[in-house]
Design a protein around this ligand. Structure first.
Ligand SMILES: [Zn+2]
Length: 128
């Protein structure tokens, strides 16, 4: 069974992260890894090929939300945010993503309809 991290979260509860290597702390709490974490955060989302591909696909207005979600992930792990706060933020971000997705589908559908032969179809638009 994996050893649990020896650190205490900001809410006073013990960290449930698994110890990595021979250390006493999880990746999020190991003081020796502080520099690596900072460096990884700076590089993360910038250099990885997947992140680069996603970056091109994402609407610019969604990028800050993605960055926020990565921060929230780490803060829930270290205890700076409660799991409930993390869940609430993730739910709101999910709602935003679904609205964007609906907009993208609507746009594609309109483009498809524009390429089909003219018909007697009526333009159906979402109203607010
Ligand atoms: Zn920990």
């Amino acid at each position: 069974m994996a050893t649990l991290c020896g650190a205490t979260r900001k809410d006073g509860s013990p960290c449930m992260g698994k110890v990595h290597g021979d250390g006493r702390f999880c990746f999020g709490h190991d003081p020796d890894l502080q520099e690596r974490r900072t460096h990884g955060r700076q590089r993360g989302g910038e250099n990885r090929a997947t992140a680069k591909r996603l970056d091109r696909l994402l609407p610019a207005s969604l990028k800050p939300t993605i960055a926020l979600l990565f921060t929230v992930l780490e803060e829930v792990h270290t205890g700076a945010l409660t799991p409930a706060q993390g869940t609430a933020i993730a739910a709101l971000a999910g709602a935003i993503a679904r609205l964007y997705q609906a907009g993208i589908v609507e746009e594609r559908l309109a483009a498809l309809e524009a390429t089909t032969a003219p018909s007697d179809r009526k333009d159906v638009r979402w109203t607010s």
